[in-house]
Structure formats: structure tokens, C-alpha cells
Design a protein around this ligand. Structure first.
Ligand code: ATP
Ligand code: MG
Length: 436
């Protein structure tokens, strides 16, 4: 055991012979006995040493033990070091009490009984050792706590990175769905434009034939009805026009042009609507919190994920009369999207998804029910955990509901789930109405 781990005992007595006796009684391998012949000397030594215990004589000239004790209590280094008074004065209680008032932990009376002295000192030194151990343990805990805090912060950073990646992945998935929805109308608009192009060629040719006929007639107008049937006559020209009208299928073209244009306009309208929905889904035009019609948000979200829903379910909507509320619409739409996509995934072949909204006690409720396979009782408590998924690798990351949970909590709302295996699941989102 090194010197630094020796326990310091300060003994204070104005009589040198007492100091010698006390020292001989207390000496030990792990102890460092420091002697002071007066209160002043004791104070000076207390500033220099790490002390585990102080034995203090009460009756001393100049500064008595009580006064010394009071001053020792004022020094940072000795504030909590136990003091045992050693006194020859009477056992009268008032003295004893005075000692306790100035911070004594115990008393010893002269003449000293060596065994009592030793056992008391042993107890306090053992206590001191324990205190030191506890202090060290506390320091370790504190540093571990700091490390843990650091790892927690690191983990949080990683989690937010993962969430960001998940968001990117779900945007990718969405983009694929939206691309599919746009590709279809764009495909037939292109093919219609191709047909229109061919029709224009044929119409131009027909117009050319008609123009030539008009020119011929204006250069050689028929003079008499006799000439009507002759070479270059009126009837001939009419026949030629009719022939080319048939050959170029002008009647069919005229009919088809109408429907091609109508169909293309409808297609363009569909594309326009998808783009509008995309914009309102992500709320790219708006800053964070705005007053929003949640029903409209759900509607645009349904359109965005329509590609995921349409093969699996008929979607029933029961929109209630709900007030506008301030919220981050893009984020809330993400909540509805995650729940809707889960609902579609839970339906094996064909089912029903019902969306209801209502308003109650200044809260807006949105419930999304499906007739899917349901969630078993032993899993339902885990579905909001990040990375909890029952889906095969590549199909689910298990983040959809944890993201939804975080967003709803950030809006001071709540998200609840009820499920019955084999019958279906209902998620209910509660969002408080925020007027401004
Ligand atoms: N409507 C539902 N019906 C049945 N089970 C559901 C439903 N919604 C969620 N679950 C269960 O909760 C789990 C966690 O859902 P969550 O949306 O968090 O992750 P995921 O859908 O598996 O993956 P991700 O959404 O990240 O693609 C799902 O794997 C599924 O087991
Ligand atoms: Mg999901």
C-alpha cells in the first residue's frame, strides 16, 4: 500500500506526553500519525494533509478544542473529517453537547482506555475507507454515465441517419408508384399523338386533292350541263375527291380525331392531378406548421399510394366535419401513408380499407381499418419499436410505425391500435386541434 493510501490521523494535545501515548496506541502499518501541540498547529497541519480522523483535546491554552473544531469545520479540506474529542473534564452533559454542536462525532474520556480508543478509531477509519471507496465508485459511475451519454448521442445521430435513409427509401418506393401512375397516361398520350401525326398527313393530302380540284374548276368552269359528265367535268372531279376520301379513310379519321383528343386531354388531366397531389402530399410550397384540412391531406395521400392499394382493397372513406388545424402536413401525411401501406400489406388477396375522420373535444381523430390478417397479441406491444418487422427481408424495415409514432407525439397526439387476428386492424390517430 503506497503512502498516499495511508490514512492520516491528526492528534492534538498540548501535553507532549499525551501525544506520545496516543501515538503509540494508534500506530499502524496503514496509518500516518500527525501530531499537533496546539489548535493553531492543528489548523496549519490540517491544510497540508489528507486526514481520515482528528483526535482533539478539549482543554488547551490559547485556543481550546471546541474553537479549533469550529475552525476546522470551516476549512474545505477538513469540513467532513470526523472529530473525536478527548477530554479530562467532567462527564457533564453540557460539555458533551457543546462538542456535538461544533461537529464532534464522538467523545473519549481521560484516562483513556486503550481498547475503547482503538475500537472507536478503527470504526471511524473503516468508515472513512468505505467513504473513499464510495467516492471512487461514484466517480466511475459518473464517467460511465458520461460515456453512456456520449454513446446515446452517437446512437441518436445514427438513428436519425437511418430514419433519413428510410425516408429516402420510402420516397423511392413512392416515386416508383407515382412513375407508374404517370407512365400510363403519358404512354397513351404519346401513342395518340403518333396517330394524330399520321392523320394530319392524310388530311393534308386530302386538302391538297380538294385544293387542286377547286383550282381546276375555277380555271375551267363547266359551261353547260352537258359538260357535266365529260372528261374533266364536274362529276369526275367529285368522284375523284370521293375516291380519295375513301382511300384516305377521311370519315374514320375525323371521327377518331375527336376521341383521341378527348382521351389525351383526360390523360393530361390525370398527370396534372398526380402532380398536384404530390405537391400537396409533400407540401413543398409551404413552411413547417400551417393550418391544414386533414381530410384533404388524407385524400392526396390516398392518391399517392393508390398504386399500393388498388389491387388489394376497396377504399371506403367516411370524412367527418373537422376543423382546420395547425400541423406539419407533410409529416402527418407520412403517418397516414405508413398506416395505409401497412393496411394494404396486411390484406392477402382482396379486402377493404376504411378511413374515418371525426372531431371530438378539440381533438381530431383519424381511424384507418383494414380487413387484413391482424396482429397477434404477443406482437402488438412491439409494433412501434424501431426495426420491428414481421415482413420478409427487403419488404419491410420495421420503421414505418416508429416514424409515425414520433411524428404523432411531436404533434402532442396519440396513436392507438386494436387488432384481431384473422379479422383486421384499426389504427386511430388523435391530433389536438391547434388554432394558431
Ligand atoms: N395493419 C396491420 N396489420 C397487421 N400487421 C401490421 C399492420 N400494421 C403493422 N403491422 C405489423 O407491425 C410491424 C411493424 O410495422 P412497420 O410499419 O413499423 O414496419 P414494416 O411495415 O414491417 O416495415 P416498413 O414500414 O419500414 O416498410 C409490421 O411488420 C407488421 O407485422
Ligand atoms: Mg410499414
Amino acid at each position: 500500500m503506497g503512502n498516499s493510501e495511508k490514512q492520516g490521523i491528526l492528534i492534538v494535545d498540548d501535553r507532549p506526553e499525551n501525544l506520545v501515548v496516543l501515538e503509540s496506541l494508534l500506530e499502524g502499518r496503514n496509518r500516518n500519525i500527525i501530531k499537533a501541540a496546539s489548535g493553531n498547529e492543528a489548523l496549519a497541519l490540517a491544510l497540508e494533509h489528507d486526514l481520515a480522523l482528528i483526535l482533539l483535546d478539549v482543554q488547551m491554552p490559547d485556543m481550546d478544542g471546541f474553537e479549533t473544531a469550529e475552525l476546522l469545520r470551516g476549512i474545505e479540506r477538513t469540513k467532513y473529517v470526523p472529530i473525536i474529542f478527548v477530554t479530562a473534564i467532567s462527564h457533564e452533559e453540557k460539555h458533551v453537547f457543546k462538542g456535538y454542536e461544533v461537529g464532534a462525532v464522538d467523545y473519549l474520556f481521560k484516562p483513556i482506555e486503550p481498547e475503547i480508543l482503538k475500537s472507536k478509531v478503527n470504526v471511524f477509519l473503516a468508515l472513512h475507507r468505505k467513504t473513499i471507496e464510495l467516492k471512487k465508485a461514484l466517480e466511475t459511475i459518473e464517467s460511465q454515465h458520461k460515456e453512456l451519454e456520449q454513446s446515446y448521442n452517437d446512437l441518436k445521430a445514427v438513428q436519425s441517419q437511418i430514419l433519413q435513409q428510410e425516408k429516402m427509401a420510402s420516397i423511392g418506393q413512392l416515386a416508383a408508384g407515382v412513375a407508374h401512375e404517370i407512365n400510363n397516361p403519358v404512354g397513351f398520350i404519346m401513342s395518340n399523338l403518333g396517330s394524330l401525326h399520321k392523320y394530319i398527313d392524310k388530311l393534308s393530302e386530302f386538302i391538297k386533292i380538294q385544293t387542286e380540284a377547286i383550282e381546276e374548276l375555277s380555271c375551267n368552269p363547266p359551261i353547260s350541263p352537258l359538260e357535266k359528265g365529260g372528261e374533266g367535268g364536274f362529276d369526275n372531279i367529285i368522284d375523284k375527291i370521293k375516291e380519295s376520301q375513301n382511300a384516305l379513310k377521311i370519315d374514320y379519321i375525323m371521327q377518331d380525331i375527336g376521341s383521341l383528343i378527348k382521351e389525351s386531354l383526360e390523360g393530361a388531366e390525370r398527370v396534372k392531378k398526380i402532380v398536384q397531389d404530390l405537391k400537396s402530399f409533400s407540401h413543398v410550397d409551404e413552411s413547417e406548421h400551417n393550418s391544414i384540412d386533414i381530410n384533404a391531406g388524407i385524400e392526396s395521400t390516398i392518391n399517392i399510394v393508390w398504386n399500393e392499394l388498388k389491387y388489394k382493397a376497396t377504399v371506403k372513406k367516411e370524412y367527418g366535419d373537422i376543423p382546420p388545424t395547425k400541423c406539419n402536413a407533410g409529416q402527418l401525411n407520412q403517418v397516414f401513408m405508413n398506416i395505409l401501406v401497412n393496411a394494404a400489406h396486411a390484406i392477402e388477396k382482396q379486402g377493404e380499407i376504411t378511413i374515418k375522420t371525426w372531431h371530438e373535444n378539440n381533438d381530431i381523430f383519424v381511424s384507418i381499418s383494414d380487413t387484413g390478417h391482424g396482429i397477434p397479441a404477443d406482437k402488438i406491444n412491439r409494433i412501434f419499436e424501431p426495426f420491428f418487422t414481421t415482413k420478409e427481408v427487403g419488404k419491410g424495415t420495421g420503421l414505418g410505425l416508429s416514424i409515425a409514432y414520433d411524428i404523432v407525439k411531436k404533434h402532442n397526439g396519440d396513436i392507438m391500435v386494436e387488432s384481431e387476428v384473422g379479422r383486421g386492424t384499426t389504427f386511430t390517430v388523435k391530433i389536438p386541434v391547434v388554432e394558431r
